[in-house]
Structure formats: structure tokens, C-alpha cells
Design a protein around this ligand. Sequence first.
Ligand SMILES: [Zn+2]
Length: 82
Amino acid sequence: MGFELFKSTICPECGNPLSVCRDPGRDGWFQVQEDTCYAKKAMDEHTSDKTYKPQPGQVIYPVLEEGSSEQATSYGANPFAD
Ligand SMILES: [Zn+2]
């Protein structure tokens, strides 16, 4: 299966297979879970700042602060640790 064909079977909203999340027979089967992506949090805080004004073509993305890769994680092994 090609990647484009695969992508066409995945819901762009929730990432589940369309055959699952768009099936009326599964209405009520889903729960909502909350979690925090701290990289997205940093991005949201940056872009919601009153002084933030995106420039044409500007790309912004989260990067780990220097030295933060050694800190422990409660999410299992730190993939950035040496
Ligand atoms: Zn969906």
C-alpha cells in the first residue's frame, strides 16, 4: 500500500482509520483523554503572546533547551539522553 493511499484512509482530524472513526455504528465507542505536549505548549504560549507577529514564510518549531536532555522523564526512557 502506497503512503498516499494509506494517508487517504486515515482521518486528518483524529488519526484513526476512517473505517473506524466515521462508522456510525461506533458512535459512543470513543472516550476523550487529555494529555499535555510540552513542545506544543511552548509553541502555543509563543504564538499567543501579544507581541508575536508571524512573518511571511516564517517557520517556528519547538527545540529542547540546552542541558534539558539529561533531565529525568516520567514517560519512560529519555530518547535524547546519551
Ligand atoms: Zn476521525
